[in-house]
Ligand binder design. Structure first.
Ligand code: F6R
Length: 261
């Protein structure tokens, strides 16, 4: 696991955007994994700016989103499919139908989840997965207690996650759905490169567990310690509880710039 702590959030976004730009340069039909939420927004803004300058194209790429609320109607502004379209997909040049997400309105949820896993496999798997992390230590919506072997399935959201996400629902936790469909930890671990972004002090304990804690289902993101190519991009507040923060900074500062993440 590579831990990168940078003082300027724009630099964090640039590091992630550099990795995606380089991937698409060498593999234009790469498969991306997209997260919703606040954490990747600066990355999507940076990629959109690069696309507008003609520096990167998604025309041949495909993408899969991590998760979806169960039961939000198609036109709902906080449905994750709507959110990712608004925040990123429609701002660049993805082909129609190139981006898929779990179907939170499916009648047969197990069959729909299995079909989603198959679609990812049929696309050749995810080359680069963007992740955020919840304050409870979830990645995607794999809440504490999730199986490390899990695949796309329905999950019950914790009260803490619903409180954290109430800001997207007029601050009203009762409007936040109770269930979601989410890629499993096993699904995410199969991505060839995972790039997790975290900013702000509210993520500091989850980040400490992710990077330095014991691998435990109580902090699901800790499974990423077993990933062969995981990059964790942090601002100083999110890195605030890391015991080895100085070492991570020194290591990244000494890395040749051509090497990337
Ligand atoms: C979103 C997702 C979640 C978020 C996490 C952090 O698709 O899978 O795991 O990444 O809840 O959310 P933000 O970035 O809004 O703090």
């Amino acid at each position: 696991m590579e831990v990168v702590i940078l003082d300027d959030a724009r630099d964090l976004a640039s590091v992630a955007a550099d990795a995606i730009t380089a991937l698409l340069a060498r593999k234009p039909d790469a498969v991306l994994g997209l997260a919703t939420g606040s954490s990747p927004l600066a990355v999507y803004d940076e990629l959109t700016a690069r696309h507008e300058r003609g520096e990167v194209s998604f025309a041949q790429a495909r993408a899969f989103t991590l998760d979806e609320y169960v039961g939000l109607p198609a036109g709902h502004p906080e449905r994750y499919r709507t959110v990712i379209d608004r925040d990123f997909v429609t701002r660049v040049d993805f082909a129609p139908d190139a981006v898929q997400g779990p179907d939170g309105l499916a009648d047969d949820i197990p069959a729909s989840c299995a079909a989603y896993e198959q679609a990812i496999a049929d696309a050749g798997g995810v080359d680069l997965q963007i992740l955020g992390i919840g304050s409870v230590g979830h990645i995607a919506f794999n809440e504490p207690g999730s199986s490390f072997a899990s695949r796309t399935r329905i999950k019950t959201l914790t009260q803490q996650t619903r409180l954290d996400n109430a800001r997207f629902f007029d601050g009203d936790v009762s409007q936040v759905p109770t269930h979601c469909l989410t890629q499993g930890l096993g699904t995410i671990m199969a991505a060839r490169h995972v790039v997790l972004l975290a900013t702000g002090a509210s993520k500091a304990e989850a980040v400490h567990q992710l990077v330095e804690g014991p691998v435990s289902a109580l902090w699901p993101a800790t499974i990423l310690q077993h990933h062969p190519h995981a990059t964790v991009l942090l601002d100083p507040a999110a890195a605030g509880r890391l015991q080895l923060a100085g070492y991570y900074r020194e290591t990244f500062a000494g890395k040749p710039t051509w090497q990337g993440i």
